[in-house]
Write a protein that binds this ligand. Structure first.
Ligand SMILES: [Zn+2]
Length: 783
């Protein structure tokens, strides 16, 4: 690829420096005159001495080879023998595509033009303003972008198929490879509604005339918020009529998240990557908020609790966690902070702050903040000041404590005559607690009465009429866990079916944390897990299922684990049935999909019946497809591999493939699981599919050894494909803590020679979780 940039510089430092990695610099001009330069390829710095201090224009001509073996930066997103040439630049890949100052606070207006072969179209952040023939080729010119950071730039070239829906004056355009575009109506409609709703909430109109939603055949993460040109995995844009309920909800959440970024991140950007949580926490919080307004029947806070609050509590329970506001000094460290803390914990703390200041003041403060810093950069501090002004409350003090301290508090509750005694300390899975205290906006429910206090001391006592019936953190709006005394647990067990769904699930998630930390007897957790099996409650069922999947992955030979597994999934399947009942709650389909697939992994007789439906896989209900494929794999063994592989290759959608991978990684024979892993890394199928095969294999206890051996042999290949991106570390986080059980020394010695600096935090966390899992396994096997 040949390129040139002309950068208008207001006042240049001497020497003038640009970031330019993986390209050859052909010449530099300043105000039209040739200038000497030096380019240090390894450091990625282009230095031009003598650029005048006054306003001037620096021109750089360069060439760049598009690599074939990566799926980030500028890459070929392949389908069959064809590809779309696209960019994915967060956090620091813009410098690998064109010379620039690649830092979020160096905002600029981009004017792009692209010369390409005839028959192709080009998509960028803004609309095309002209398309002209030029020496047998075509030049596309785009209207200028708003002032924006480099990581938000997008360019896509290829044969795109498009479909448009209006949201007020804005065109919401779905784009995908040919033959995929007709099934984008669901996502266009919901995105248009989301866009309109944000305009009202933020009181700031979306500034561009169009918003592209681009589904790509090969994609390394979930989605990316490029201003005006959101990119994502294909199945978040293209949803066929047989898509399952969870696919539709996920796609809606992903797009609501990326659209929130058009304000939080794109319009107002963090000054530096240590505040990336500001982008991610806000988008995560807003996605739940907007969908709850548009579709209250979805009960979006339910999924928020499970996917964001509970998961981030689990991640934050490690001693090797990091504060929400992470310390990021170098570009290399950025990849590993796109994690559960920056997304889920940050969003949960925002939810807690919203409860603390009230919805109205919160919205007012957010809107004022966005208006004050539009087209510019801001820090967390600026947001707290705005919220404090809007509410008159000490927001800065409370918020600061929560975003700068790693971890979260455990509140121990003891009932005594006429009152409850509370004590707080940092919770840790590794018993490496500290004496830190948090200002906890704490709510207490006692016999229908609710009391709120700011609990910021080591201990306190609160008067209550029925102390043993007290419930803390109702609806789970607070980011802390609660350990009750035995009598209170007995009462909670008795009143379990009458508790609010969010409270039941919160109780189970806390007990699961305590089980891992070894601070409650295993019986206490399993007693409540057994109660959960008999209740129809989407949040509770999915939360407990998350626990059981992990418990089986680390201790599948434990009696109590496998007994609970069989009875929990068995009861759930009996209660829900295999098909949707008329008039049933909308969210039950989500549970049915999961519990049937899990039961099919271990219950042979159940699986045999289900596997008979495999012959008509295409016409199987979307919510049952995963289970049918799994049942077929577990009952047929090796003979199932060929037909399943054929399904992957001929699948009509990425969603269908993702379901078949659950089956391909559920085999009891580890050699078959390795074959599935090999398939996704070889390029024989979409290289995005490692996103399904790796986590799938990591949850199969029979494949632990095989997966570890495979990782050892393919480590460098996986690293090359993903670079230092968050995806690479997500995989290591899934693999090391489970596969390392029983081979700790081998894992440590293998990784010690390959500890990339950019992943230090991930490695430390993965090893700590491995220790936690090994201890948990020992406890469960002797329980
Ligand atoms: Zn995001």
């Amino acid at each position: 690829m040949k390129g040139s940039v002309a950068i208008r510089v207001k006042s240049a430092k001497n020497p003038f420096r640009l970031d330019a990695v993986g390209m050859e610099i052909r010449g530099v001009t300043v105000n039209g005159r040739g200038f000497k330069f030096s380019h240090h390829g390894a450091k990625g710095k282009l230095t031009v001495p003598g650029v005048p201090k006054t306003e001037s224009e620096v021109g750089v001509r360069f060439t760049k080879r598009v690599r074939d073996d990566v799926i980030f930066g500028l890459y070929k997103s392949k389908y069959g023998k064809e590809h779309l040439l696209v960019t994915d630049l967060e956090p620091a890949e813009a410098r690998t595509v064109f010379p620039c100052v690649d830092e979020p606070s160096y905002k600029a207006v981009f004017r792009l033009s692209v010369v390409t072969d005839e028959g192709l179209s080009v998509i960028s952040n803004t609309p095309v303003v002209s398309e002209k023939a030029e020496k047998g080729r075509v030049r596309f010119s785009f209207s200028p972008t708003p002032r924006m950071s480099t990581y938000l730039f997008f360019m896509g070239i290829g044969k795109f198929e498009e479909a448009t829906t209006k949201s007020g004056k804005v065109n919401v355009i779905a784009a995908s490879r040919p033959g995929q575009g007709t099934d984008s109506e669901f996502i266009r409609k919901i995105s248009a509604a989301v866009l309109k709703d944000y305009e009202l909430y933020f009181e700031i109109p979306y500034p561009l005339p169009k918003l592209h939603l681009i589904g790509l055949p090969e994609y390394h993460t979930g989605a990316m918020e490029n201003w005006g040109a959101i990119t994502s995995r294909e199945h978040y844009v293209v949803l066929r009529s047989d898509a399952s309920d969870s696919e539709r909800r996920n796609a809606a959440r992903i797009m609501a998240h990326e659209i929130a970024h058009q304000w939080f991140g794109d319009l107002v950007t963090m000054k530096w990557w240590d505040d990336v949580w500001l982008n991610e926490s806000f988008a995560t919080f807003m996605e739940a908020k907007v969908l709850d307004r548009l579709h209250p029947e979805w009960d979006t806070w339910r999924e928020f609790l499970r996917a964001d609050t509970f998961r981030s509590l689990n991640a934050d329970a490690l001693s090797e966690t990091h504060p929400i506001q992470a310390r990021v000094k170098t570009v290399e460290e950025i990849g590993s902070i796109f994690d559960a803390i920056s997304y889920g914990k940050g969003a949960s703390v925002l939810r807690m702050l919203e409860t603390y200041v009230g919805e109205r003041a919160f919205r007012k403060g957010v809107s004022a903040y966005l208006r004050a810093f539009s087209y510019s950069n801001a820090s967390g501090e600026d947001l707290w000041k705005s919220l404090a002004k809007a509410s008159g409350l000490p927001v800065t003090m409370v918020a600061k404590a929560w975003i700068t301290k790693p971890g979260f508090p455990l509140v121990r509750v003891k009932a005594s005559a006429g009152r409850v005694k509370l004590d707080q300390s940092r919770f840790s899975l590794s018993e490496r607690g500290s004496s830190e205290l948090w200002p906890i906006p704490l709510t207490l429910l006692s016999d229908g009465d609710s009391q709120s206090v700011l609990f910021d001391k080591k201990s306190t006592a609160i008067t209550a009429k029925w102390p043993e019936k007290v419930l803390l953190n109702p609806r789970r709006t607070g980011f802390y866990s609660v350990l009750y005394d035995d009598k209170m647990y007995d009462h909670l067990a008795k009143s379990f079916s009458a508790l609010h769904s969010h409270d039941r699930a919160g109780l189970l998630n806390d007990l699961y944390l305590f089980l891992q930390a070894g601070i409650v007897k295993p019986e206490q957790y399993f007693r409540f897990a057994a109660l959960s099996g008999n209740v129809i409650d989407p949040l509770l069922s999915l939360a407990v299922s998350d626990h059981l999947v992990n418990l089986r992955a680390v201790a599948d030979t434990s009696d109590v684990v496998m007994r609970t597994w069989s009875s929990f999934y068995g009861s759930q399947v009996r209660l829900l049935g295999l098909v949707k009942k008329q008039g049933e709650n909308e969210n039950l389909g989500l549970v049915r999909e999961v519990v049937i697939a899990q039961l099919a992994k271990t219950d042979r007789e159940f699986a045999r019946k289900l596997a008979q439906r495999f012959e008509q896989f295409d016409s199987v209900d979307g919510n049952l497809k995963t289970a049918v494929a799994v049942a077929y794999a577990t009952t047929k063994g090796e003979a199932a591999f060929g037909p399943l592989l054929k399904l992957v290759k001929n699948a009509k959608s990425e969603a269908d493939r993702s379901k078949v991978y659950v089956a391909l990684t559920s085999f009891e024979d580890p050699a078959l699981v390795t074959r599935a892993l090999e398939l996704t890394i070889s390029g024989e199928v979409s290289r995005s599919d490692t996103g399904y095969s790796l986590p799938g294999a990591a949850s199969n206890p029979k494949a632990r050894s095989a997966l570890w051996e495979w990782i050892k042999s393919r480590y460098d290949r996986v690293r090359d494909l993903y670079g230092a991106s968050q995806q690479f570390y997500l995989y290591l986080n899934a693999v090391i803590p489970r596969c390392g059980i029983g081979r700790e020394a081998d894992v440590h010695s293998f990784i010690s020679g390959r500890r990339y600096k950019d992943g230090e935090m991930t490695f430390r966390r993965a090893f700590e979780l491995l220790e936690v899992n090994s201890r948990l396994r020992d406890r469960l096997l002797s329980a």
